[in-house]
Write a protein that binds this ligand. Structure first.
Ligand code: PAF
Length: 282
């Protein structure tokens, strides 16, 4: 695997690959990779001629009181993992490469970005959409691979690709969980063993909600109240519990069709999210 830092050189490389008829599979990340990320790279490897990843902890998607400075980083370990997955190129720009002095253009996503994490993290999706637009313009992929764990992010990016006529296919890939059910996330590394145990309430509540719905419950208010009862003892603070239309994150009065149960909350100071998407018969 080769590493490249300069946006200009990276774009020239991708241009020449595309001109040579190669299909590029692209996986954007912020590094500190885990099996969830690696599953995206493996899928990209199976479906494309060239696999490219990026590692960039994007400052514009973090709020002023969020964890940008302490976000976990380990580039050496990440490179070793990606080399094993036979990734061809890794783009690792620094802050000034993507946001040089005088930088002033941002992408503003719409309604999809307003609820859920968009409400708790103002400006977050503006930062995500901006950096992803840059990365798409540089990597010129045939396909971009995203994890379902960040479900709202994946929908915002899919919309961005559609709205800006980006000629790439967006692939949203399943959540990867630890054997006890905790959704893998780079932020899990912040958790103490005790907090990690408490964080299992996300998975437990999703499983229980699925059972209720499977047994015929169709009232979103009752399901949300039941989830809250499971989350409250484990979490220091519940951020949101939502049951929404999975296609556009709009509110629903009755649970039916393709829905997403989306959760966010704090275990100690660590903010975690989880979700599940269900196809519920009318
Ligand atoms: O999900 C992430 O790691 C980031 O939000 C992304 C998509 C790489 C943009 O910085």
């Amino acid at each position: 695997m080769k590493r490249i830092r300069s946006p200009k050189k990276f774009q020239s490389l991708c241009l020449s690959l595309r001109r040579g008829g190669k299909r590029i599979g692209f996986v954007p990340t912020m590094g500190f990779l885990h099996e969830g990320h690696l599953s995206l790279f493996r899928k990209a490897r199976r479906e494309n001629d060239v696999v490219i990843g990026s590692i960039f902890v994007n400052p514009t998607q973090f709020g002023p009181r969020e964890d940008f400075d302490r976000y976990p980083r380990n580039l050496k370990r990440d490179c070793a993992l990606l080399a094993k997955e036979k990734v061809d190129w890794l783009f690792t720009p620094n802050r000034d490469d993507l946001y040089p002095e005088g930088y002033q253009t941002f992408v503003e996503p719409g309604a999809l970005a307003r609820g859920l994490c968009g409400r708790s993290r103002p400006g977050h999706f503006r930062g995500v959409a901006t950096v992803v637009m840059k990365l798409l313009n540089l990597s010129l992929p045939s396909r971009i691979y995203l994890g379902q764990k960040d479900y709202q992010q994946a929908l915002v990016i899919r919309r961005l690709v559609e709205d800006f006529h980006v000629p790439a296919e967006v692939k949203i890939c399943p959540i990867v969980r630890a054997s006890d059910g905790l959704a893998l996330s780079s932020r899990n590394s912040y958790l103490s063993p005790e907090e990690r145990r408490r964080a299992l309430c996300f998975f437990k509540s999703l499983g229980t909600a699925k059972e209720w719905i499977g047994n015929g419950e169709r009232n979103p208010r009752r399901v949300r109240a039941g989830i809250r009862k499971i989350l409250v003892p484990g979490l220091s603070r519940v951020d949101y519990i939502e049951i929404l239309d999975a296609r556009d994150l709009s509110r629903i009065k009755r649970i039916s069709g393709r829905i997403v149960i989306a959760l966010a909350g704090f275990v100690g100071k660590v903010r975690l999210i989880d979700n599940c998407v269900l196809n519920v018969p009318g």
